[in-house]
Every structure is written in C-alpha cells, then in structure tokens.
Design a protein around this ligand. Structure first.
Ligand SMILES: Nc1nc2c(ncn2[C@@H]2O[C@H](COP(=O)(O)OP(=O)(O)OP(=O)(O)O)[C@@H](O)[C@H]2O)c(=O)[nH]1
Ligand SMILES: [Mg+2]
Length: 344
C-alpha cells in the first residue's frame, strides 16, 4: 500500500449519500465496471460453505451447526471510515474520530453476487446488511464493527484518544456492473487507495457465471493497489451440474488469472503474500447440497479473513474434525469473539 494519509471515521447511515461525480475517475467511467444501486429486501440467504478439497486447494467452510461457528459474534453498526482525500459523503459530521487501530476488510464484487448475504453469514446475523434479489441493493459503503473490545498496547494509544469498541471492521459495498454507478466505483477505489487501516479485500465472484471482464478488472485493481486479496466464490448451489467440478474449475481459472496478474504488476502482490491461494466456496443453499449434509458455515472463510486482518488466534484445541462422509472443511474455525490483537 502507498503511504496513506490518516482519514476520519464517519457515520454512513442510510440517509447518507455518496456524492456522485458523473465524471468520476477515468478508470471507472470508461472501460471499467459501473458500481451499483440498490433496492430492498428479501430474506437474507444463509451462506454456508464448507469443506476442504485438499486436491484442488478449494476450501469450503465448516457448518454453522459447529458449536464454534455458532458462537454469537458481537456485531455493532459502527462509524464508517470513509472520509477520503476527496470528500465522498455529504451531511456527515466532520468531527468523527480517526481510525488508527482497527483493521478494516472490504467486501467487493459485482452487483447481486451476494456480498451482503456473505457479510450476514460471516457475522451470523441474517439482517445485518440488507439483501435483495434485485441487483443494486447496496448503494453505500456500510461498515460493521465486530469482536471484543480490543486491548491495544498502551504505547499505541495517544492521550485522550477515544478507544474503539470493536476489533475488526467489515465494509459492505455497492456492486459493480448491472445497475451500478461509476461514482460508486470511484468512492470504493478511493477507499482502497487511501484507507490507512485497510488490511485486505474479499473479492466475491459468482460461480454460476463465467469470470467476467469486470471481475478481472477488480482483481487487477486490487493487484495494482497491492491490497491483500481473498477470493470467495458465491452461489455454488446455482448453475447446475456438479458444483464441486464447476467451482473447482472456476477456482483453478481464477488462480491462473491471479498468477498472471502477479507477474504483470510486479509489485510484490504475489501468491501467498498478495493474494490467498485458497479460494473459498460459499452457497446460500448449500444445506441442500447432498454431499455437504445439512447446514453449512463460513468458519473457514472467517479464519482466512482474520488472518488477512492480522489477528492472532490460537485454534489448536478448536480444530474441527474432518468427517469421512463429507468433504467438510477440517481446518480451524474462529469466532469473531476469539480475535486477539497481536502484541509483538
Ligand atoms: N442461490 C444463492 N443465492 C444467493 C447466494 N448468495 C446470495 N444469494 C441471493 O442473491 C441475491 C443478491 O444477494 P445480495 O447479498 O443482496 O447481493 P449483493 O452482492 O449484496 O448485491 P448488491 O448490493 O445489489 O450489489 C439475493 O436474492 C440473495 O438471496 C448464494 O450463495 N446462493
Ligand atoms: Mg449488497
């Protein structure tokens, strides 16, 4: 990441509006995906996920029925970090505190790919972010604070500084493509470029579609910004045929793309350090996928996200046993309440 200016935290409420600049950043308004607009609600779908196909390095997370995954996460709607060098919001209090401590993870993807559903599954609150079958539902970046009160090493806290009440921030975003607006992309892009505490991006791709040019553009943008990236496929339950085959093929294709991008940007955004070679697969109907049995979860995805955010967690005693009859993910699972700040 380039050196970043400290930026303010600002509340983004549903009444807030991004300032729309029709002539926004050239890279958004021309060959680039438009970013979306939204309309409300449908019942949020569950995102499940799960299992670890060790051969293809495709991960599926653990079932929510796991006692670990079922642990309630603390979730708070929080002040949203979005004041950027160029003002993106109007009608927001200018005096909001800066975020200098809390890691932020941004969730990105095309409109309707399932970003808000994914966030809801991740935090275990179906209604946290609004979901709709109609593309363009989410029109603002919405941030959610998670986890316990952080114990920040003393030396890092300035005198009189207001301490955060959560350990991690997840940011839901409007999508690109159908029903999107270029200016939303502009806002998101500025966030990626400028946000001091951004620790990584989750790029959602729909497994029922081909890898779109716009998706490649997103991945390339993250590569060029040198933002750590975790790719997650959604909608594994849609699209027909064998979902393991279909998703596995797509994961392979995505990995090839990512490798190509690593080579072409040449800025250190490499497999492992820049992008996570594990590609997680999720599906809001995965409990109906026979091979996975009933239920599903996002334990594995959550663990990858927490790693990307830079948290320490000791999960040795929390390993979920791999069951023979399924391909359920057998790695560690962590609740957001387990996150601990690195002390070193
Ligand atoms: N079958 C299936 N449907 C899903 C899955 N994830 C989300 N959906 C559905 O896809 C639609 C869009 O979901 P959202 O979570 O609103 O998608 P989004 O990416 O936030 O959309 P925008 O905010 O419009 O960009 C909703 O009808 C969800 O129920 C999935 O994994 N499988
Ligand atoms: Mg949304």
């Amino acid at each position: 990441m380039p050196p970043l200016k400290p930026t303010s935290l600002q509340r983004i409420s549903h009444s807030s509006r991004l300032i729309l600049n029709p002539n926004s950043h050239a890279s958004f308004s021309t060959s680039v995906p438009r970013w979306p607009r939204l309309r409300p609600s449908a019942r949020p779908s569950r995102i499940l996920a799960t299992s670890n196909d060790t051969h293809s390095n495709v991960l599926y997370s653990t079932p929510p029925s796991s006692p670990l995954a079922a642990r309630p996460n603390r979730l708070r709607r929080i002040l949203l970090p979005t004041r950027l060098p160029v003002p993106l919001l109007r009608r927001v209090p200018p005096s909001s505190p800066q975020n200098e401590h809390i890691p932020e993870i941004i969730i990105l993807g095309a409109s309707n790919v399932g970003k808000s559903s994914f966030l809801n599954a991740l935090v275990g609150r179906p209604g946290a972010a609004r979901v709709s079958a109609r593309p363009g539902k989410t029109t603002l970046m919405n941030a959610f604070g998670l986890g316990p009160l952080p114990s920040i090493p003393k030396g890092l806290v300035r005198q009189g500084e207001k301490l955060p009440r959560y350990s991690l921030v997840l940011v839901d975003t409007p999508g690109y493509g159908f029903k999107s607006q270029a200016s939303w992309g502009d806002a998101v892009w500025k966030y990626i470029k400028a946000r001091k505490m951004l620790r990584g991006a989750v790029a959602l791709l729909s497994s029922e579609k081909r890898l779109m040019e716009q998706d490649k553009w997103l991945l390339r943008t993250l590569a060029e910004a040198n933002t750590r990236t975790l790719v997650v496929l959604t909608k594994a339950d849609k699209g027909g045929g064998s979902w393991t085959q279909r998703c596995g093929d797509m994961a392979t294709l995505v990995r090839e793309e990512l490798r190509k991008m690593s080579r072409s940007v040449g800025n250190g955004w490499e497999e492992g350090s820049g992008w996570n070679p594990d590609i997680h697969i999720t599906a809001a109907g995965m409990d109906n996928v026979p091979k996975l049995g009933s239920g599903g979860g996002v334990g594995g995805v959550r663990t990858s996200i927490l790693e990307m955010a830079g948290f320490d967690f000791d999960l040795k005693e929390k390993e979920v046993k791999k069951k023979d009859e399924t391909v359920t993910y057998g790695g560690p699972v962590v609740s957001f309440d387990d996150i601990k700040w690195k002390t070193g």
